[in-house]
Write a new protein. Structure first.
Lengths: 756, 232
């Protein structure tokens, strides 16, 4: 599988997981809220999904309330205006109306407020019950033609907004756009919907779950005075909004809106949000399915997230976890407290209710908490074995890094200072504590308190004094330690003469003496070694001189013999062999001498800036004849531009001459020798590659002196060629390397590039 | 006329071998086996050139050279097994004219002896005939107007290209020329991979002017930089 499609799958799986959880939690919360009776906008499922608003509990509550109001108006008493909101669906708005109010109830409160402002009686304690005069109520609602009413008392119309007289003839003559009709007379109500009678009282007993909360049951009757009232009302089929602006009120302008229209509109909105929740839930389920199908990849996503969460300091994570958990619990407690306080004890006893109410009232908060916890647990799951990123440790490290810059003495003092500061702070606190306690004890124990205080002060003084002494001792010790450490660095850097002196009573006296001894020992050993190196070179020099003198005679007489013409042929052959061998001996003596000097770093080098590429070309040109005579082809890949290095040209010439001669001598007939020069920003690397004629033994260090690939070989070569090449390269500051890959023999010479 | 050469070495076989070599060429050879003996022989005979070893009993070669230089101006060639640069510098600064390391190459030794003798005996002539424009370095002398190179007073036969190269070097003794520059100046063309071409000519010139073309003294390669004729 290619990486890209896998990446896509991982992202898809994780996104599906994330969204499905979000959607399911959000819609699930709505579901849970429904169980507790608080659907969206305070509307129950049944009402929200009803096709006809007149069939809803909400509407029945509305009618019941208005009937109450109209009966009160008919009886002529003040109207308990508020009570019409006491229907079951608006139970929650009980406290809301008292408080600032929330969106759902905002619409319904408007008329209420306008009604309230319209009432210009004195504000008494009864204001809380929103008593309003019947006339005011009539003035407020009469223009709302959604509800046509006719209120009569003793057969006489008291209040009506039925200007067109549509209520006069009863349900039979209602215009077609008013399809709900109710008449209340003689203490009983009759309800007609679409001109058909509706059963209001059932078996005639009023219960909590009775559909209509209107008088007329056997156990729900009206007083004698009210019996004389007659109320007719008709409700429009499709409510429209009626707005009444009140500009003459004592507390500014208000807009009264039609409460029926508001109820219907609210139900429509509730319906929409129910549908939205259901869609959410289904989408959540679908995404959950997608996630389950791809859950293998979702784990990769988890692991990917872990990389990032792993970078967060452990302290932050713990703090976040504690915040979320404690915050959640505290929030629950808080809400539980509220509910207990509000007397919802019987609901609160169901432990689910307050929990749901608190967290579930805010799905966003719940989701944030959930995802934080999820990330933390995920992090814990995969990062358990890995080293954690700990803030304290990082801060410590930062301090340590800063501390490294100080010399040892400062470091030691800096390390002690926190101890000292905390000691001082502790002493001061202890002294204060003693002082305070003695102050309180003084009343009871008198002299004992004084003694205690004095002892405490004495101990504190002693402690402070001891700490001061310790600090000053430490300072001296730190200074001596610092000196010792500096001295160790000096010895390390090769200073063999400076001796360190400390007083004899110092703690470090022995250590210093021992270091001095080590320094002396090293000094002696070093000079011994230098001497022996020098002697070695001298020895080689003397030996080579002593060899050269007899060799001179040998070569001279061989030369003379070569010039003899009348020698027998076989003798001439002997002379030829003598000539070759004596010449080889001559070059070997010279080579051995130079190698021994290079090995003891006494080879004089004359370093200058030169072009390595040019040097290689010159060497190739210089050896052109040899190359042409040989059976191999030399291929050079040398860049045309200058490759400047700092080295000794004539030594390097020897290096490449030896390497080339080696390659010419030991290469397979007809093969190619490659000479390349490659550069990067810092180094120049020259390489000589050739295919060996004979098999190359794998376990040989070719730069050892007198080593040759073929031990039995006697032709040419002193066996010093590569050894000289390495010695000279290193004497010039280069790096010499040999690699053998089967029959491929590769020599590299590397030099740092000199910036021009 | 045969020039008289003094050979001083504590190794009798070497002295004998050198004597045979020189006598075959027609020189008269005086043999000494230590420094004092050499000084004695020098006092008694007319000597045109001295070959002197360094490490000898009684009096070493360098002390002998200092003594000789107090009175005489004849060419002295040091013949030593010491091959260090420092030894060479010491020998030359003591008054020696040349330094040959043992084991020596017979041909080279002969060439050097001849070279020094020529210069010693004809030095006066060359100076008298000196042209207005000449560039000198050791054994070499280049007459710029005639475009002729003399080595030890004898003119060298050079081809036209070789002459151009020598002209460039001799007019700028000691200066290093890169192959590209030489090519541009001599062939008057842009150089493309000139190293081999230049090297071939340099090798030919060396064969004509150097005593030992394998270890050139004058026409040298400055590795990694270019070529030059040493100023001596």
């Amino acid at each position: 599988m290619d990486i890209k499609s896998k990446k896509c799958k991982v992202i898809t799986a994780w996104a599906a997981f994330f969204l499905s959880i979000c959607l399911l939690v959000e819609s699930g919360l709505t579901g849970l809220n429904l169980l507790t009776g608080s659907g969206p906008r305070g509307v129950s499922v049944k009402d929200a999904l009803a096709s006809d608003f007149e069939e809803t509990e909400e509407f029945r509550g509305f009618v019941s309330d208005y009937l109450d109001t109209f009966l009160a108006m008919a009886a002529g008493g003040p109207v308990d205006w508020y009570s019409r909101y006491g229907d079951a669906a608006l139970d929650d708005s009980y406290d809301i109306s008292w408080g600032s109010g929330i969106a759902e109830s905002a619409a319904t409160t408007v008329i209420e407020e306008s009604a309230e402002s319209a009432w210009d009686g004195d504000y008494t304690s009864e204001d809380w019950e929103y008593k309003t005069s019947a006339k005011q109520v009539h003035e407020t609602i009469k223009n709302d033609k959604n509800l046509i009413y006719d209120i009569r008392y003793n057969g006489k119309s008291v209040y009506t907004n039925d200007e067109n007289g549509i209520l006069k003839e009863g349900e039979k003559s209602l215009p077609s756009d008013y399809n709900f009709y109710m008449v209340f007379a003689e203490g009983k109500a009759s309800v007609f919907k679409d001109k058909k009678a509706v059963d209001v009282y059932g078996d005639g007993v009023y219960r909590d779950d009775s559909q209509w909360r209107i008088p007329g049951y056997k156990n729900f009757t009206v007083d004698e005075k009210t019996k004389k009232a007659e109320v007719r009302m008709a409700v429009i089929k499709s409510p429209v909004n009626y707005v009444q602006g009140n500009y003459s009120g004592s507390s500014g302008s208000y807009y009264g809106t039609s409460s029926l229209y508001d109820i219907v509109r609210n139900m429509e909105h509730a319906k929409r949000s129910y549908i939205a929740k259901i869609v959410e839930f289904i989408a959540g389920l679908v995404l959950l399915g997608v996630y389950l199908a791809l859950r293998k990849y979702k784990k990769d996503g988890d692991r990917f997230l872990v990389v990032y969460t792993g970078k967060i300091w452990l302290e932050c994570k713990v703090a976040l976890a504690v915040l979320v958990i404690v915050g959640g619990i505290a929030g629950l407690n808080n809400y539980m407290g509220v509910f207990y306080g509000w007397g919802y004890y019987e609901y609160a006893s169901e432990i689910l209710y307050p929990m749901m109410y608190s967290l579930l009232a805010n799905p966003m908060l719940l989701l944030i908490c959930f995802w934080i916890l999820y990330l933390l647990i995920n992090d814990y799951r995969y990062n358990r074995k890995k080293p954690r990123k700990i803030l304290v440790r990082d801060i410590q490290k930062l301090f340590q890094i800063r501390d490294m810059e100080y010399p040892f003495q400062k470091k030691m003092i800096r390390k002690f200072s926190p101890v000292m500061i905390s000691g001082i702070v502790l002493s001061v606190i202890a002294a204060l504590a003693c002082f305070v306690s003695s102050y309180y004890l003084y009343d009871n124990g008198g002299s004992l308190a004084m003694v205690l205080l004095l002892v405490a002060l004495a101990v504190i003084a002693l402690l402070a004094g001891m700490m001061r002494q310790y600090a000053s001792d430490n300072r001296i010790l730190a200074k001596e330690m610092g000196d010792l450490i500096r001295q160790i660095k000096k010895v390390h850097d090769g200073n063999m003469t400076d001796k360190l002196k400390v007083p004899e009573d110092s703690d470090l006296y022995d250590a210093v003496q021992q270091l001095n001894d080590i320094q002396y020992g090293m000094d002696t050993a070093l000079s011994e070694r230098m001497k022996s190196e020098r002697m070695k070179v001298e020895l080689v020099s003397n030996v080579s001189h002593d060899i050269k003198t007899p060799l001179t005679s040998i070569i001279s007489y061989v030369e003379l013999m070569k010039q003899e013409e009348n020698l027998p042929e076989d003798v001439k052959d002997y002379v030829r062999i003598l000539d070759i061998k004596s010449q080889r001996l001559k070059s070997m003596v010279q080579d051995v001498f130079e190698i021994s000097k290079a090995a003891s770093k006494q080879l004089p080098v004359n370093l200058e800036d030169l072009d390595l590429g040019k040097l290689l070309r010159q060497t190739l040109a210089d050896m052109e004849e040899q190359i042409e005579e040989s059976s191999v082809t030399v291929k050079a890949q040398i860049p045309a531009e200058a490759v400047m290095i700092h080295a000794d040209g004539s030594r390097l010439y020897r290096v490449f001459q030896n390497l080339l001669q080696n390659a010419l001598k030991y290469s397979l007939d007809g093969s190619r020798v490659f000479i390349t020069l490659k550069t990067d920003s810092k180094t120049a690397m020259a390489t000589v590659k050739n295919i060996s004629q004979e098999e190359i033994p794998s376990d040989i260090d070719f730069t050892e002196r007198f080593v040759r690939g073929d031990e039995s070989r006697t032709d040419g070569g002193s066996g010093l060629g590569l050894s000289i090449a390495r010695s000279f390269t290193e004497a010039c500051g280069g790096v010499f390397g040999i690699e053998v890959d089967a029959d491929l023999f590769v020599v590299t010479v590397e030099f740092p590039i000199k910036d021009i | 006329m045969s020039e008289c050469i003094l050979v001083a070495d504590d190794d009798r076989e070497i002295v004998k071998a050198i004597a045979i070599l020189l006598e075959r060429e027609g020189y008269k050879v005086l043999r000494a086996y230590d420094g004092l003996e050499a000084l004695d022989l020098l006092a008694q005979n007319q000597v045109q050139l001295i070959l002197m070893d360094v490490m000898m009993p009684r009096m070493d070669g360098l002390s002998a050279i200092m003594k000789i230089r107090e009175r005489k101006n004849i060419p002295i060639i040091v013949l030593s097994a010491k091959s260090e640069d420092t030894d060479k510098v010491l020998g030359l600064s003591m008054g020696a004219d040349d330094y040959v390391t043992k084991p020596y190459n017979s041909q080279e030794l002969l060439a050097r002896v001849k070279s020094h003798l020529r210069r010693y005996t004809r030095l006066g002539d060359i100076h008298a005939a000196s042209a207005s424009k000449e560039f000198k370095s050791g054994r070499l002398c280049y007459h710029a107007e005639e475009r002729v190179l003399y080595a030890d007073g004898e003119s060298i036969r050079l081809t036209a290209t070789e002459t151009k190269i020598v002209d460039l070097f001799m007019r700028n003794l000691g200066r290093v020329f890169s192959a590209e520059e030489i090519y541009c100046r001599v062939w008057e063309e842009d150089a493309f991979a000139p190293e081999n071409t230049v090297m071939v000519h340099i090798r030919r010139i060396r064969e004509k002017i150097e005593l030992n073309p394998k270890e050139p003294e004058y026409l040298k390669v400055v590795w990694g930089i270019g070529y030059k004729i040493e100023k001596m």
